[in-house]
Design a protein around this ligand. Structure first.
Ligand code: LLP
Length: 414
């Protein structure tokens, strides 16, 4: 089933017309297609099947409990970067023994929570972090399972803000640092070293950077007790095609990694976020106003950079399509939000039908890093989220109201 397709010119999410969702749940509205999320998760699990993979969905891409819950039901693991994301995973029914915890700045409280939850592994980024984790684990009478996050010094062809595996990046430790830790492994009585981790960045369009990262890890594998590393985590970052093509094929990545993985005889973890949820989500927004200024046509819509920051932050281009197709000319239109910044746009210079107030537009491929990066900037309650599953749908996050804007705040008088 196509996640989003037209029937009689009207865009549907699975079998549900988007106009009905917008009428019932309002706009701006994130809509996720459950079967597409399942299909994509299964495609990754199948691509790496030979290596008995732990597919840890990156919660940061879309941490809605509805999305996490359906992935938990598929047997997915989860990649978290905070105690807050651990909380989400546990609330959604995720299995803590399938969770990996990455991140350059883990607090003691976050590490303790993950220790007592019994996660699969901490992806540890420095010797200082390892020492803190060791002390916390010993104090709790536990052993923390650890994969060392190695910076493989791989340049990835992606936006500078989401490249993470090049020399000089803040992430992970150099190969030499990992080697030193492995040599002195016996001194860390609260630590069980179980693996190696690398993540080269996000929106990686080819297999080569993954292969280069694995090559950097391969040499360290033999330094583990018994000469064999139990786990290799090659991170996430599988690209999607924002123009609607197939994106990076996980089978191609698996084929590129296979010879080294076979030599290492290690179990594999992967941490895809965007590839699983990105194309399975759209943002539905209503046109508030249309105006022409100096020959440019502006469609002002009710979703802004607070709802979807990717165009403003990364110059990302998301396709924008009308929910109801119409005939006639297609003037070039700037689709802009209501926020008081010129950088607040969803798409510039787009060929769209002549729009009128009340028309609905869909911003495609926004199921990853859409809602999860949203804010209340400009005093704007955050959007609602709905999950469509075949012919049924449910609101998985209610629209925020005005009280949500001031929650926890007080005036000076108390
Ligand atoms: N693992 C680690 C250690 C990561 O840092 C990330 C993403 C992932 C996995 C998942 O990457 P993915 O498969 O989703 O590409 N906000 C940006 C993307 C930031 C990615 C941060 N780390 C965007 O909207 O493009």
């Amino acid at each position: 089933m196509e996640p989003f397709s037209r029937r009689g010119g009207r865009l549907h999410a699975e079998s549900v017309p988007l106009e009905r969702l917008a009428a019932d749940a309002g706009t701006p509205l994130y809509v996720y297609a459950a079967n597409e999320i399942r299909r994509r998760y299964r495609a990754i699990a199948a691509a790496f099947a030979e290596f008995d993979p732990l597919v840890c969905y990156a919660v940061k891409a879309n941490g809605n409990l509805g999305v996490l819950g359906l992935l938990a039901a598929e047997g997915a693991g989860f990649d978290i970067v905070s105690g807050g994301e651990l909380h989400r995973v546990l609330r959604a029914g995720g299995d803590p023994s399938r969770v990996v915890f990455a991140g350059v700045g883990k607090t003691d409280a976050e590490m303790s929570a993950a220790l007592s939850a019994g996660i699969h592994a901490f992806n540890v980024e420095s010797e200082g972090e390892l020492a803190r984790l060791d002390a916390l684990a010993r104090a709790a009478g536990l052993r923390a399972r650890v994969a060392l996050r190695v910076n493989p010094d791989v340049e990835a062809d992606t936006h500078a803000y989401v490249a993470t595996g090049h020399a000089g990046a803040k992430f992970g430790m150099p190969e030499g640092g990992a080697r030193a830790i492995l040599a002195g492994a016996a001194q860390w009585r609260g630590i069980e070293l179980v693996g190696l981790h690398a993540h080269v960045g996000s929106q990686i369009r080819e297999s080569a950077p993954f292969e280069r990262a694995l090559a950097a890890l391969e040499g360290l594998g033999g330094e583990f007790p018994g000469g064999k590393v139990p786990w290799i985590d090659v991170g996430g970052g599988f690209a999607i095609d924002y123009e609607g093509g197939p994106g990076l094929d996980p089978r191609a990545v698996a084929a590129a990694l296979a010879p080294r993985l076979r030599r290492l005889r290690a179990r594999l973890a992967v941490e895809p976020g965007r590839w699983i949820s990105g194309p399975a989500g759209i943002l539905v927004t209503a046109v508030l106003d249309v105006k022409s200024i100096d020959g440019r046509t502006f469609a002002v819509v009710d979703a802004g950079m607070n709802d979807l920051v990717r165009p403003a932050l990364y110059q990302a281009r998301h396709r924008i399509v009308p929910v109801v197709e119409s005939e006639g000319d297609r003037p070039r239109t700037d689709v802009v939000g209501p926020v008081c910044e010129t950088g607040d746009f969803l798409g510039l210079d787009r060929e769209l039908p002549r729009l009128r107030a009340g028309d609905l537009l869909a911003v495609l491929d926004t199921g990853a890093y859409g809602f999860s990066m949203s804010s209340q900037y400009n005093g704007r309650p955050r959007a609602a989220e709905v999950l469509v599953d075949g012919e049924t749908w449910r609101t998985v996050r209610r629209r925020e109201g005005l009280e949500d804007l001031c929650r926890g705040e007080e005036t000076p008088a108390g």
